[in-house]
Design a protein around this ligand. Structure first.
Ligand code: F6P
Length: 533
């Protein structure tokens, strides 16, 4: 991989202004459309030559070959010896997909049908709690067993016509206490979402929920469902097999909301809207597999990411949805991108020759504008920004507010591009200040501009469009991972902290000594012991 060539080009590009790259054709040429979405990356410092280099680098890394390997069920998660087939969960036609010579689709579709039946029964009141029809569903899970359904359930609020859905993830007892307090246990369904059914946060919260329910409900287990691959453990917890929805080891946690982990979302929006969500993702899969490089949206989104991170050295990227209901999308993408591509060793166990994936962060606009955009516009670090906005909102009677929202989104990328020169700043301040004071004041009002951003535009945030957007980002992460030569589908980096937390619990309770710990940890343990009741 020609990382040095890429870095040299990035260094050279630093001496030019993105605005100077614009001619009449650039906006269209540096944009991709797919399935009604428009991805505009013309406000980046990429030129056609470097884009060609990036496309060649993707080919050299065998992105097309690895892509086919993924879709066709090869075991591309080599450190865990697993296939990577979240795409099979949205393969609605059931076209055969084989793992170890066996078609996985009959089971996928059977599980989807079981989910639909159960969600339907809950939504229609045929499945009841001790006190009557289910009014509230509490999904207990963490990481991929929480972020996807929590993000998507909020995103699709206008489509809710089922029970209220709540999400509990943190082991902090405050989370579950606050969620359960206003609920009636007799009309609540608890979904324990955990692929492994061993995650300490989830199992602790599940036990708390069961204790809460057993105060008034005679058979609390009857109001529990489980989303897990570990049937022995769900049975040991007491959950009847008819309410256990399993998935195979080829569904990674952060890629899992398309299957059983999406059950709470299905409860909220119904089976038809859930299928629309799946078909949006499937449409993006089909596009990703078939489109030529320059017309391939996930590929181009990835190449822009590689350019900014590994080429230009920008260590972070901001995801800025101008869509309040996508408030959890940055957190969702943090797991998707950082758990997938935050790795310093390549698939073959060698050190990466370049930086791993970037830090991903963000907040919805316009809120972020009144918080951290100051740094994005005038700080010394460059933060590539990924804006996204819908042409239409759901609140027809508030279309003037939506116009204002769009105006703000487009204005931000324009401001980042153009900036404001010292001359413009002087003119602005001329009436108010003179001489040296004018100069000083003007300098504070200069915007360097020439700061890169991309904008993803969609017609309206429907279930189909949300599916397209999430699938777009999944494939972006995949391409970036292949180009870096890493395994995007394991997550060994989360293990050490888990092990140490387990070992610290008896130290905090006083059952074991802090003797073997480092000085800082010992001091923190002492403080906790002294200050807790
Ligand atoms: O700690 C990381 C992780 O393994 C994630 O990858 C996963 O999404 C999350 O924990 C939850 O795991 P589980 O679904 O097995 O409870």
């Amino acid at each position: 991989m020609n990382w040095n060539d890429l870095k040299a080009r990035a260094q050279a590009a630093g001496g030019r202004h993105i605005l100077d790259l614009f001619d009449d054709a650039r906006a269209a040429d540096f944009s991709v459309t797919a399935g009604g979405l428009l991805f505009d990356y013309s406000k980046t410092n990429l030129d056609a030559d470097t884009r060609d280099l990036l496309v060649r680098m993707a080919e050299e890394a065998d992105v097309p070959g690895r892509r086919e390997a993924m879709f066709s069920g090869e075991k591309i998660n080599e450190t865990e010896g697993r296939a990577v087939l979240h795409t099979a969960l949205r393969n609605l036609e059931g076209t055969p997909v084989h793992v170890d010579g066996q078609d996985v689709m009959p089971e996928v579709l059977d599980t989807l049908a079981r989910m639909e039946q159960f969600a339907g029964a809950v939504r229609e009141g045929a499945f009841r709690g001790q006190g009557g029809p289910i009014t509230d569903v509490v999904n207990i899970g963490i990481g991929g067993s929480d972020l996807g359904p929590a993000m998507a359930t909020q995103a699709l609020t206008p489509y809710h016509d089922g029970p209220r859905c709540h999400f509990v993830s943190n082991v902090d007892g405050a989370h579950i206490a606050d969620v359960l307090r206003p609920l009636d246990p007799e009309t609540t369904l608890v979904i324990v979402a955990s692929k492994t059914f061993t995650t300490i946060e989830t199992m602790t919260n599940a036990a708390t929920a069961r204790a809460w329910m057993s105060e008034t409900v005679s058979d609390p287990a009857a109001q529990f469902a489980a989303l897990s691959s570990a049937r022995d453990k769900t049975a040991a917890f007491g959950i009847d097999d008819s309410r256990v929805f399993g998935f195979a080891d080829w569904v990674g946690g952060r890629y899992s909301m398309w299957g059983p982990i999406g059950l709470s979302l299905m409860m909220a929006i119904g089976a038809d809207a859930f299928r629309a969500f799946l078909s949006g993702a499937q449409a993006m899969d089909t596009h990703f597999r078939a489109a030529q490089p320059l017309e391939n949206m996930p590929l181009m989104l990835a190449l822009v990411g590689i350019w900014h991170n590994q080429g230009c050295g920008h260590a972070t990227r901001a995801v800025l949805p101008y869509e309040q209901r996508l408030a959890r999308l940055p957190a969702y993408l943090q797991q998707l991108e950082m758990e997938s591509n935050g790795k310093r060793v390549s698939m073959d166990g060698k050190d990466l020759p370049v930086d791993s994936g970037p830090v991903v962060w963000g907040e919805p606009g316009t809120n972020g504008q009144h918080a951290f955009y100051q740094l994005i516009h005038q700080g010394t670090r460059v933060v590539p920004c990924e804006f996204m906005v819908g042409a239409e909102g759901h609140e027809d009677d508030l279309s003037h507010q939506h116009r204002l929202l769009i105006a703000n989104c487009l204005a931000q990328s324009e401001a980042l591009l153009k900036g404001r020169s010292i001359d413009e700043a002087r003119t602005l301040m001329k009436g108010k200040f003179q001489g040296e004071e004018l100069e000083r004041q003007a300098r504070h009002r200069v915007f360097p501009g020439n700061r890169p951003s991309t904008t993803l535009v969609y017609p309206k945030l429907t279930p189909f469009v949300l599916g397209q957007i999430v699938s777009l980002y999944e494939h972006r992460v995949f391409v970036e991972g292949v180009m870096l030569g890493i395994n995007s589908f394991d997550q060994w980096g989360v293990e050490l902290g888990k092990e140490l937390a387990k070992a610290l619990e008896p130290v905090l309770s006083g059952d074991e000594s802090a003797g073997g710990k480092d000085g800082s940890t010992r001091q923190l343990v002492d403080f906790m012991r002294l200050n807790a009741d």
